[in-house]
Structure formats: C-alpha cells, structure tokens
Design a binder for this molecule. Structure first.
Ligand code: MG
Length: 227
C-alpha cells in the first residue's frame, strides 16, 4: 500500500452514511428504479451509484431531464420522493457496514471527533445513527441542513465549520463519486471505499486521495493514529 494520507494532527473524521456506515445502497438502487418506473422512467441501476450523494429532489430532476427530457416540477419531485420513502420503508433493514462501529469507537478513544455528512433525509437511518454508532445528533449534516447538496462542497464545509477544526485537520470517508467531489471541493483529504458496483477508476477520477476496497480496510489504514 502506498504512503498513508492520514494527517499527523488528525482531529476529526467525517463519514458519509449510505454505503459507508450502512449497507444501504442496494435498497437505494431498487427503490430508485421502483419509484421512477410509474413515471415511465427505466432508471439504470448503475445511476443510483453514479448519482449517490445528490439530494433526492436533485436525482429526480436529473432523471426527468435525462429520460423524459422535461423539467420535473415541485409536485413531480414530491410525488416521486414520497414513493421513494414509502418503498424504503418496505425495503429490508440495512445492516451496519463491517467494522465501522469498531472504527468509530477506536477513533473516539483517541479523542478524534466523528461527524456524519449525508445527502439523505430518510428518517429510517438518520434516526439510528446515535443508537447504532453513538453519533451525536448535533454532529450530523443531512439534506435538511444545506441549500446545495453534494457534489457542491457546502455539506462538508458545514461539517468542518461545525467541528471547529481546520479542513486539513479533518479527513472524509466516502463511497460515492459525487461525495468525493464534494469533499475534495471543500479542501479535505478523502478516503474512498469502493463498496458499490462502480470501477475504482471512477472514484480515482474524482481525485480521491486513496481508494480502499471495503470498510474492513479502514481500521488498518487508520492505525497510525490509533496506537
Ligand atoms: Mg454514500
């Protein structure tokens, strides 16, 4: 493995949620395909991964434009998003990603702060972050907290500002190309974990500082700050 990108004075790790903390991307894939079908859109499953990180309304706007060549109205966005939320409620329960609870506990033991930045506003998972991972609800930036979702840097800039640390004292863990783009645009070192179906090259092309194959590889990667 090449040289570690973990800064010596690491103060804060900012985690994405879907595909990093929870094994929830399969549910997003099937519910995106399912909620767009009644609209006459045959959404390709890979699009769920390529556009992961955008807010739901942004993804609906994108899909209407690309597949129907029309602008989605506010009413369209609300109707489709409500269907997405309904289908997510019926989807199998997303499990925690391997070794993520252990990593978060180990970071906290070293006095390293933990934040979560997500484009989601799905209560199914957001409400569980405290119980499942001990995440302070005040240390979560979700779709409700931003004007511009990923790939805009705003969500990550807000987390850095909220943490009180400098961007160079933080590190981001992301699985999505647009999430990597957002974090890098905010000036933060970014570890990509390729937990989905896309090629590593897509994450590398967004300038991820390192691409790891899975969440289990994170703990050994962080070892320089965990001893
Ligand atoms: Mg994600």
């Amino acid at each position: 493995m090449s040289k570690s990108v973990i800064p010596k004075g690491l103060k804060c790790v900012i985690f994405d949620m879907d595909g990093v903390l929870y094994d929830s991307m399969k549910n997003h894939e099937t519910t995106w395909v399912g909620c767009l079908k009644p609209e006459g859109i045959d959404f390709h499953p890979s699009e769920a991964y390529l556009h992961e990180g955008r807010t739901g309304f942004d993804t609906i706007g994108y899909a209407f434009k690309k597949y129907l060549n029309i602008e989605a109205t506010q009413e369209d966005k609300e109707r489709v998003y409500n269907e997405k939320v309904r289908l997510m409620g019926l989807a199998p329960k997303a499990q925690k990603m391997p070794k993520m609870l252990e990593l978060i506990q180990a970071l906290k033991e070293q006095g390293i702060d933990v934040w979560v930045v997500t484009g989601s506003k799905q209560p199914t998972l957001l409400d569980k972050l405290h119980g499942d991972f001990g995440i302070d609800p005040k240390q979560i930036i979700c779709a409700r907290d931003v004007v511009n979702g990923k790939p805009h840097p705003e969500p990550y800039l807000k987390a850095v500002a909220g943490s009180g640390y400098k961007a160079e004292e933080c590190i981001v863990v992301e699985n999505a190309p647009l999430g990597v783009r957002s974090a890098k645009a905010a000036g933060i070192i970014t570890i990509a974990v390729n937990t989905g179906i896309l090629e590593d090259e897509i994450l590398e092309s967004e300038a991820a500082d390192v691409v790891l194959p899975d969440t289990k590889s994170l703990m050994p990667y962080f070892k320089s700050v965990l001893v």
